[in-house]
Every structure is written in structure tokens, then in C-alpha cells.
Design a protein around this ligand. Structure first.
Ligand SMILES: NC(=O)c1ccc[n+]([C@@H]2O[C@H](COP(=O)([O-])OP(=O)(O)OC[C@H]3O[C@@H](n4cnc5c(N)ncnc54)[C@H](O)[C@@H]3O)[C@@H](O)[C@H]2O)c1
Length: 347
């Protein structure tokens, strides 16, 4: 089979730091063209990665190039139009997260991809962090029991202050702050690891970073179809990156993050006593503890691109689907509504 010909739309931070280097390690891939509106960034990226042709307009790139797939690495508010244009050219699409800003629009893109027989895959790379898959396997293997509580945290010294050129679009109200940025990873991880859908949310937000008027810190509580309840904590105001998911169930607890993993189960170990007012006591559980510090054995950005390329070359389903992108947006849209009304919002 010939090499898969890829076009990259938006040659900014995520494209040049993660996706292009990852794609260039895959022998069956050729990055044939790019599209970028910033001329300096276009020229610099073309030279650095030896991309044969770079266009100012992605629509022109789609018209003039013979491609198999595109990566949409644009500001969030521009995702949906670019995905639609690429599907209209019958291309497979990898779309950076989130898959647009509206769940109903994302659903129409998913349906269009289906109609065209093309793959549309949102870029939820955290699913490829080994510790999160380990957590999912424990949950699906019933090692945590029935899930009672979920805590998800995504904290960053963002919005991507380190990217070059500076990405001012993160400050634009159209892109809705930390919610559609880190919130989209958090909601996708809850769905992936815990296999639940969020049905009800309440949320509060604040804007704390100098010069930002959009929410940069959000706390939400939620409940799910299965009865589990949980919290979501998102901030751009942290000193360093911290991602974490804590799950408590009837048979155990787990803590998973990019670098750490801890699993606590009922079983042999230290007896835990609960003492009542009349001084009687009972053993509620024996706890077995396994704390493992893990470095990821794989780069999740490289892993997600390998999954996308394998899926388009073998017509198989990748780990994250367009329908996942739609469901995550349904929850993000609910949280956005809860923030604007300050009411409880239900699916
Ligand atoms: N999965 C992750 O871990 C992760 C991390 C960072 C960013 N992202 C996502 O990647 C996307 C891009 O984020 P970024 O940080 O790379 O932003 P960025 O600002 O660094 O890059 C976006 C690029 O798109 C270009 N652009 C804007 N409008 C364009 C148009 N109409 N046509 C062509 N080019 C255009 C900009 O000039 C810029 O170079 C966002 O959706 C973001 O959520 C994902």
C-alpha cells in the first residue's frame, strides 16, 4: 500500500511540537502539505520539517492537493468548519480536541463522516497515557466494584504560555476558556476510564489570571446515569501541569495520573476500625495497597497518531471515536449552560 498522504491545517504549537514530529516517525506516512495563516510561522515550519507545500488557505490546500487525511490543529472555534471542508473532500480527519464547540454540530460532522465512509477522530491523547488505560482495565475488570465517586483534576500554568508564537485565541470568549481546553480532557477521561455518562451538572467559575476575563478556574459537581457522583476541577492558574483521576468504588479506590498510579483494594492488610459512640468498634475493611510510580512507557502523542494511521489504513476503529467527541461536547455544553445560569443542568 502507498504511503498515507497527510495535510496539516494550522502549523502552531500542537502541530509543530507534537503531531508533525510524531507523524514523521511513522514510515507509512508522508506529510505532503500544510496550511497556516501566519506567514512567518508557515515559512519557519515548512523549512524545519521539509514540508513540500504550505498554503495560506486550507481550502486551497484541500482543492489543490491529493491527500488521504488531514490533521485539524486550529483554534477551537475554527474546528467544525475545517472538519466539514475536509470531509466534503472525502478525507479522513484527525481533529484536535474538542471536536468543535457544539455537541449538535459535532453530531452532524460524525454523521457526515459516516455518510462519506471516512474516519473522524478527536485528538484525546490522554487515553494513550498508559496509567489511564491501566485504570480503565481495573474498572472494567470489576476490581473497583460499583463506582461511587469520581474526582477529575486538570491543572496547568496555561493557557499554553510556552507556545511560540503566543496563542492569543485561548483568551477569546469564543473558545470559552479552560472549560473547552482542559475540561475536554477531563470529561473524556471520566468517560474512558469509568465508562459512565454525566447526566447532571452544577458549576462555578472564576477569572483570576491578570488580563483574562474568561473563566480560568472551574469547579463542577456532577452525577451519572449509574448513580456515581463526582467533581471536576479545572484551572489554568497552577504552577505546573497536574492531571489526576481518583475513583472510589465498593471494592477499591484508584488514583491515576500521567506519572503516578495507586490502587487500594479491600483484602488482606491493615484492619481499619470504626468506633461508635457507645465505644463498640467494628472492622469495616482490610486494605491492600499498591503504589506504583510509573513513567509512561510510550509517548501518548505518538501513540494516538499511530492509532489514527492504522485505523485509516486498515479500516479499523481507533481507541477514541467521533461519537466520544460528541458525548464529551454534550457534557461541556451542559457545564457552560450551568455556568451561565448558575442552575443545575440536566442532559
Ligand atoms: N491534545 C493536547 O494535549 C493539546 C495541547 C495543545 C493544544 N491542543 C489543541 O490544538 C489546537 C491548536 O492549539 P495550539 O495550542 O496549537 O494553538 P496555536 O495558536 O499554537 O496554533 C494554531 C495555529 O493555527 C493557525 N491558524 C489560525 N487560523 C487559521 C486558519 N484559518 N487557517 C490556517 N491556520 C490558521 C494559527 O496562526 C496558529 O499557528 C486547539 O484545538 C487545542 O485545543 C491540544
Amino acid at each position: 500500500m502507498d504511503r498515507s498522504r497527510i495535510g496539516i491545517i494550522g502549523l502552531g504549537g500542537i502541530a509543530t511540537r507534537m503531531h508533525i514530529p510524531a507523524l514523521q516517525t511513522i514510515p507509512s506516512v508522508e506529510i505532503q502539505a500544510g496550511a497556516e495563516v501566519n506567514p512567518q510561522q508557515a515559512e519557519r515550519t515548512q523549512r524545519r520539517f521539509s514540508i513540500p507545500r504550505v498554503y495560506e488557505s486550507y481550502r486551497r490546500m484541500l482543492d489543490e492537493e491529493e491527500l488521504d487525511a488531514v490533521y485539524v490543529c486550529l483554534p477551537n472555534a475554527l474546528h467544525a468548519d475545517a472538519v466539514r471542508a475536509a470531509l466534503d473532500h472525502s478525507l479522513h480527519v484527525f481533529c484536535e480536541k474538542p471536536m468543535g464547540l457544539s455537541a449538535s454540530e459535532a453530531l452532524s460532522l460524525d454523521e457526515l463522516a459516516e455518510e462519506r465512509g471516512r474516519l473522524l477522530m478527536p485528538g484525546y491523547n490522554m487515553r494513550y497515557v498508559p496509567n489511564y488505560t491501566r485504570a480503565r482495565n481495573l474498572v472494567l475488570g470489576k476490581r473497583i466494584g460499583r463506582i461511587l465517586q469520581i474526582q477529575a483534576t486538570m491543572a496547568k500554568p496555561g493557557p499554553y504560555t510556552g507556545w511560540d508564537p503566543k496563542s492569543d485565541w485561548y483568551h477569546d470568549p469564543d473558545n470559552i476558556g479552560v472549560l473547552y481546553d482542559q475540561g475536554s480532557h477531563a470529561v473524556d477521561l471520566i468517560r474512558y476510564v469509568c465508562d459512565v455518562e454525566i447526566t447532571t451538572v452544577e458549576a462555578r467559575a472564576s477569572s483570576t489570571l491578570p488580563g483574562l476575563e474568561i473563566p480560568d478556574s472551574i469547579a463542577a459537581t456532577f452525577s451519572t446515569k449509574t448513580g456515581a457522583v463526582g467533581t471536576l476541577n479545572l484551572t489554568w492558574g497552577a504552577p505546573a501541569n497536574l492531571d489526576m483521576l481518583i475513583v472510589h468504588g465498593t471494592a477499591g479506590s484508584l488514583l491515576a495520573s500521567w506519572k503516578y498510579f495507586e490502587h487500594l483494594t479491600t483484602g488482606s492488610g491493615v484492619a481499619k476500625l470504626i468506633t461508635f459512640a457507645d465505644n463498640t468498634a467494628t472492622i469495616v475493611r482490610r486494605v491492600a495497597r499498591s503504589l506504583v510510580r510509573l513513567a509512561p512507557t510510550d509517548d501518548p502523542y505518538a501513540a494516538i497518531s499511530r492509532d489514527f494511521i492504522t485505523a485509516i489504513r486498515t479500516a479499523t476503529s481507533p481507541r477514541v471515536t467521533a461519537r466520544d467527541g460528541v458525548h464529551t461536547l454534550e457534557t461541556l455544553n451542559m457545564i457552560a449552560r450551568a455556568l451561565s445560569t448558575r442552575d443545575k443542568v440536566m442532559a
